[in-house]
Design a protein around this ligand. Structure first.
Ligand code: NAD
Length: 248
C-alpha cells in the first residue's frame, strides 16, 4: 500500500467542499499537505484550524487556470517539504446555461478551470515524480457528468469527460514508471456549489436522481480519493462514487 504517512500532497480547490475534506483526510493519514485555492482568506483560516490540531498543512494561492501559477504551486510544495508525492486536481466550477445561449467566455472559463488545470497540475507534478524516481499519485476530480450528459451542462460535461479520458491517457503513459493516475466521479455532493439553500426545489429533484435517497458528503469523496492514492494496483480508473446516480 502507498502509505500516506509523511507523503507530500497538493490539493487544489482546498478551501471548500471536497477539496477541504480531502486535505483533512490526508492530514489524518499523516501526510504533509499544501492546501491551494484562489480563496486566500478561507484557505488560511482552514490551515490555521488544522495546524491547531497538530496537522502539517500550508496554504498557497494559485489559480489552476494559469499554467505559471500551477508550476509555482508545485515548486512551492518541493521547496516547503522537499518533494512531491501526490496531486489532487480538484478545483472546479460549473456554469448552467442552455447551450444555444452559452457565451464563449463562460464555455472557455469552465474548460480552463476544470480541464486545462489537469494538464498543468499533472505535467508539473509528473516532472517532480520523475526527478525523484519514487513515483507518485494523481487524482483528478471528475464527475458523474463526465460519464453521462445533463441538459444545460455542456461545458461542464465536456470538461469532466475530458478529465476522465485525460486520466486514462496519463495512466497509459506513466503507470510503468510507478506513477498512478485515477479520477473520482462523484454524484451530487453537498458543498459550496450544491446545497438546499442555493438550489431550493432543484435540490429535491437532485436527491430523487440518487437511488440511495440523499446527496453525498464531501468526506465520502475524500475517502475514495484516499483509496485511489493508497491502492497500488489501481491506475486509469474513473471511480464512480455516486449513490447510484448512473445506475438508473
Ligand atoms: P466548492 O465550490 O465547494 O469548492 C471548489 C473550490 O475550488 C473553492 O474553494 C474555490 O475557491 C476553488 N476554485 C474555484 N476556481 C478556482 C481556480 N480557478 N483556481 C483555484 N481554485 C479555484 O466545490 P466542490 O463541490 O467541493 O467541487 C470540487 C470538485 O468536485 C470540482 O471539480 C467539482 O466539479 C467536482 N464535483 C462536485 C460535485 C458536487 O456535487 N459538489 C459533484 C461532482 C464533481
Amino acid at each position: 500500500m502507498f502509505n500516506l504517512q509523511d507523503k507530500v500532497a497538493i490539493v487544489t480547490g482546498g478551501s471548500s467542499g471536497i477539496g477541504l475534506a480531502t486535505v483533512k483526510a490526508f492530514v489524518a493519514k499523516g501526510a504533509k499537505v499544501i492546501l491551494s485555492d484562489i480563496n486566500v482568506e478561507g484557505g488560511n483560516q482552514h490551515v490555521a484550524a488544522i495546524r491547531e490540531t497538530g496537522g502539517e498543512v500550508t496554504f498557497f494561492e494559485a489559480n489552476v487556470a494559469d499554467e505559471s501559477a500551477v508550476q509555482a504551486l508545485v515548486q512551492f510544495a518541493v521547496d516547503t517539504y522537499g518533494k512531491l508525492d501526490i496531486i489532487v486536481n480538484n478545483a472546479g466550477i460549473g456554469v448552467l446555461a442552455e447551450t444555444h445561449q452559452l457565451s464563449y467566455e463562460d464555455y472557455h472559463r469552465v474548460i480552463k478551470i476544470n480541464q486545462d488545470s489537469i494538464f498543468y497540475g499533472s505535467k508539473y507534478a509528473i516532472q517532480e515524480f520523475l526527478k525523484t524516481g519514487s513515483g507518485g499519485a494523481i487524482v483528478n476530480v471528475a464527475s458523474i457528468l463526465g460519464t453521462v450528459g445533463q441538459a444545460g451542462a455542456f461545458a461542464y460535461n465536456a470538461s469532466k469527460g475530458a478529465a476522465n479520458l485525460m486520466t486514462k491517457s496519463l495512466a497509459a503513459e506513466y503507470s510503468s514508471r510507478n506513477i498512478r493516475i485515477n479520477s473520482v466521479c462523484p454524484g451530487y455532493v453537498e458543498s459550496g456549489m450544491v446545497n438546499k439553500e442555493a438550489l431550493g426545489d432543484y435540490y429535491d429533484g437532485l436527491v430523487a436522481q440518487h437511488p440511495i435517497g440523499r446527496l453525498g458528503q464531501p468526506d465520502e469523496i475524500a475517502h475514495a480519493i484516499v483509496f485511489l492514492c493508497e491502492n497500488e494496483f489501481t491506475t486509469g480508473a474513473n471511480l464512480l462514487v455516486d449513490g447510484g446516480y448512473t445506475s438508473i
